[in-house]
Design a protein around this ligand. Sequence first.
Ligand SMILES: Cc1cc2nc3c(=O)[nH]c(=O)nc-3n(C[C@H](O)[C@H](O)[C@H](O)COP(=O)(O)O)c2cc1C
Length: 336
Amino acid sequence: MSGQAPIPPLKIGSVALGGRVQIAPMTGVTDLPFRRAAVRAGASYVATEMVASADFAKGRPDIVRKAAGGDDLPLMVVQLVGADPLAMANAAKLAEAAGAHLIDINMGCPAKEVVGVRSGAALMRDLNLAERLIAATTAVVSVPVTVKMRLGWDPCTQVAPHLAEIAARNGASGVTVHGRTRSQFYSGNADWGAVRDVVRAVAIPVSVNGDIVDVASARAALSASGAAAVMMGRGVYGQPWAAGAIDQALAGQGDAEARSQADILEAVLVHFAETLRFYGDGLGLKIFRKHLGWYVERACSAGTAEGRRAAKARLCRIENPNDLVADLSQFWRDAA
Ligand SMILES: Cc1cc2nc3c(=O)[nH]c(=O)nc-3n(C[C@H](O)[C@H](O)[C@H](O)COP(=O)(O)O)c2cc1C
């Protein structure tokens, strides 16, 4: 036990979350097989990849797939991105009808192709459009709506407290703030202290995001920001169980026991099998390679960098799923 006071659970609007550690929406990472892997391992909140509202509303199959859920997910959080209030409202209605419990709006993505069409972090420079998007979305769904943002566009325009206040005034039930500006992309360190200005500005729950990778950084981010919850992104690469374990520690239930190598291998193989089922063998194998690399990094972190590189290169060249399962299982036993 850590001796620190347990932190009580969190409610976003009408939705009670099972914990205070959320897994961030990550394109190319938080697809349905990954979300299932995380939930099986104790995560209480995992957002979808961002879902382009207009394409989702039109039913584009690859976009619809990003918003896929399942009965085994106790909480379905769909993140929408876009710049057209009507399309976002339509997408939100569809997501709610498909079972979403929470809708999140992306106002933080820094990618050129996203900000170039007035979406993502570009909305931090266009608060009028941001307000119309939030208002249009909250008006048409009965599930809570949240907004994910950065501190601002650049160091001179840190508008997160203002945008959060706009969100709250227009019916949003929570906000997440990544403690970097758009101009930083992913460089430098997340400024958790700056998120405190957002916490002060609104009465709705604020989640702090950026560089949270373990119990110590989760506690430090909560303490620096005063936020109600933490959101982890890259820290869950290769360890979808990290969020659940950190949650357990924050809740004062002690440190999670280290997983045995056999348990980890089993979780990896189930994740792989579900990825193949979800995408089909060809695409599934390609998509899983990214996770495979991260799992191998974590699995043999005690080994040499050269050994890890060689194992990843070999495993990622295997084209037959059965061969991959056999080779990976052998590698794991050797690494253990
Ligand atoms: C590969 C990748 C994909 C991401 N995709 C999204 C996304 O779809 N929507 C979003 O709001 N943020 C996205 N982000 C940003 C993360 O949600 C998060 O805000 C950021 O990574 C900072 O958290 P971290 O330091 O814990 O990774 C993405 C980040 C990464 C690394």
